[in-house]
Structure formats: C-alpha cells, structure tokens
Write a protein that binds this ligand. Sequence first.
Ligand code: BG6
Length: 483
Amino acid sequence: MTEFPKNFLWGGATAANQYEGAWDVDGKGVSTADLLLGGTYDKARVFTKELKANAYYPSHEGSDFYHHYKEDIKLLAGMGYKTYRMSVAWTRIFPNGDDAEPNQKGLDFYRNVFEECRKYGIEPLVTISHYEMPYHLTEAYGGWDDRRVIDFYVKYAKTLFTEYKDLVHYWLTFNEINIGMLFGGYMSLGLPVKDGAAPFNGEMTDEDIQNNLQGLHHQFVASALAVKIGHKINSNNMIGCMIAGNVNYPLTSRPDDVLKAQLANEINNYYCGDVQVRGAYPHFAQRFWDEHNVKLNITAEDAEVLKEGTVDYYTFSYYSSNTLTTDPSKADAAGNFSTGVKNPYLKYSEWGWAMDPKGLRWYLNDVYGRYGIPVMVVENGLGARDVVEKDGSIKDDYRIDYLKGHIEQMKEAIKDGVDLIGYTPWGCIDLVSAGTGQMAKRYGFVYVDRDDNQEGDFSRTPKKSYYWYKKVIESNGEDLENK
Ligand code: BG6
C-alpha cells in the first residue's frame, strides 16, 4: 500500500521574476527585481536605481518562459505533473501598482498559461507575490511600510481571483513572507535601498527591524483581506501562506544553545505562521518587539481582519537546516555560513547549504503539530552546476540523490500522521537564482541553455532527473530507485 495519498499533488515550482523574462514586453512595468544585478556566491547582487547600460539584470530574460510556456508546460506534463506552482508578476497586471485599470495583455498571458496547464490536467498553484512588486510603489510610497500598499495589493489579488475564477483554485498570498523579517527588506517588502547597495546583506539595526516588522504587518493584513475576498469570489478557493522553512538545531546540549535554537524557530517560523494560520501574534512577539524598540501600528480593525482571514493550508520551502550556538569561538569559525555554524553531521552544497533530508521530517511534524491544517512542500531542491556531456545528456545523479532523500522523509512524515498534500520541487525548469542571480546554480529537471555570460539559445533538454521524477510520480512516490 502506498504511503502517499492517492490525490497527492506532485509537481514543481517557479517564480515569474526568475523565469519569465520579457521584463518590458506587452505593457509590463518595472519591478523591484528588475533593478537587481547578477552576482555570485561571494559577490552580492546590487541594486541600481537607473538601469546601467551593458550590465546584466538576470530577471530581464530569465529563462524566457514568456515565449516558451507551451513547450515548458508540455515538458511538465511529460513528467506527469498534477500541479504547477508559478507566480504572477504584479507588474504585468498593474505596471505601476497604483494604476486604475489592469493591463489586458498581462491578463491574457496568464489566462493562456493557465488554460495550457488545464489542457494537460495540471492544477495551477499561484503565488500572488513572489519577491517582487512594482518599483513605482517603492519609489512613490516607500514599499510595504505605507498602509496604502495594502489596498493596491488587495485590488491586484481581487483582479486575479475574479479573472481566473474558473481556472485557478490554489493560491498563495506571499512567497516566503518571513524573509521580510530577516534580510528581505527590499526583496520581500519593497523598502527603499541606496543606489549601489546590496539589498539583502548585513546586520539589521533596530530601525531596520522596526521598518521590516511594520511592513510585514501590512502584508499580514493584506494577506488576510485577500483570503477573505478570495473565499467570497469562489468558496472552492484554497488560499495558503508560504513560509521559508527554518530548521534550527542547537550545536550542543548546552541549555544556552538549545534556547537559542528555540528562539530562532519561534521568530523565524512561528511569528509569521501564527499570524497567518491562527490569526494573531504569538506570545513571544511582545518581548521581541520590546527588546528591539519596535512599536507597531496595529489597529483594532487589523486585529479583527487577521482573525477572519486565516489561511486554508500551510506551505513552505525547505532546502537545508541551520545549526546554532552562543559560543562565539565556534561562530567565528563558521566564516561564510551566515545562518549559524557548520553541522559536523551534514554535507554542504557548493553554495554552502546543508543537505539534511531528516530536517524536513522534523519540520513537517513540527508545523503540523502546531497548526493541524494540510501542509505542502512548495519548494525543495539542490542548486548545483550541471555539465552537458558530449552527447548532450545531463547526468544529475546528485540532484536525484538529494530529492530521493527528501521524498523518503516526506513518506516518514506521512506515516507519522502529517497531512501532507503536495510537493513541488523548486526551479523544475532551470531558472535564475534569487540569492545570487546566477544561472549556474541550477535546480531543474530540464536544462535551459543559458549561462551567466548571457550565452545560449534558451533551448530545453530533459536531464536524467526528468525521467527519474516521471517514474516517481507514476508510482505515486513508491519507486524512488535511480536505475
Ligand atoms: C527560495 C525562494 O528562497 O529559495 C526562491 O522562494 C529561490 O525564489 C529559492 O530561488 C532558492 O534560492 P536561490 O538563492 O538558490 O535561488
């Protein structure tokens, strides 16, 4: 008997700003992502207010899904996808964010994409906002710190719910909303940054934390309002949250390390999860605010809206775990592992991410135990360099191993009793990395012929993992062998 439920949603995930390209085509406006240069593992991406001539902005072409969507969806269907997680570019629908009317060509594009999915029986799973917003909202309003942005978002979300009422039933309000309280001031909240700055780097001051948490509060309210409206427009809509799943282990059994890891899990995961699933801030929030001199403007009406607009399911991304200690000598030794110290029991990817399938089982049990609503893993995968062999094939056994390990642990979590409803590995067709802006950091089952020198014709080639994942889906997660 299979451990995965019969209607388990197997699929894959992408995001518009990393994949779609066509950044200024058919009336699309400039998004916050469109002003980020490409970087590398040790050279941070940089924001430029004005576009620099001859500079590389990875979002501008992405993997050119805009002109390849039929071919790409056919490839996904070839693996037997039940669902495809993708995001809508806000700037394709409302180019400036505060426009009176939506851009018809943008609406038409996504209608075509969703219809193409439906043609193959693929259920679209749509992220309304994935690490981008109209840059005009940053420039003219200061991003999510301004309350008026709530109304712009709600209008945008309502437009999508109405327009695609019969085509889309699975929605996510914000991608990795908790990144807004970590380093995502610009990327996640559209807060202004200085020209030439690396927008997601460095220490946060109390003032940064104040701004991020106020912006985040506005996103919570916007998300809750979107949930309420989405349910009104179609009571079949399933509207979820999306959290960057943070698994924090203590390095030792020293109580200080244990408490540090506990606090990190609370702040990084439950702060946002509790508001979106339970409809209220958790017990530890007040102390966190006090210790960082944060004073949030939360109205009585906001509190009511948060209660009424809780999500239907909990989704998250999971790539790796973090290991924490209060011992400064150990922390120093960690060098470039910004989120903690090296875990001696785990292997690390070329980009410094710990590979830890069991951390996924831990997280699934942890959040399901806390919230008791259906959960879905909407991102997971190994960013790695792929080599195209002389015969044109790509033998990505390392990726198969990584995914196999995680699927095995999902199975264990289901046996543990977790109501896991789907799995959409990240970057199912190669796309640009969000963190570094590189094409070299690939996640896909399908190779895209494009590199960081902007060479390549965007042609698509299934990798070895493509055929492996097809078999996984066909067998509903039973046959994981890499033959
Ligand atoms: C998640 C994001 O943080 O991780 C994606 O939702 C991102 O947008 C993915 O691409 C992997 O990160 P990276 O930096 O390797 O692209």
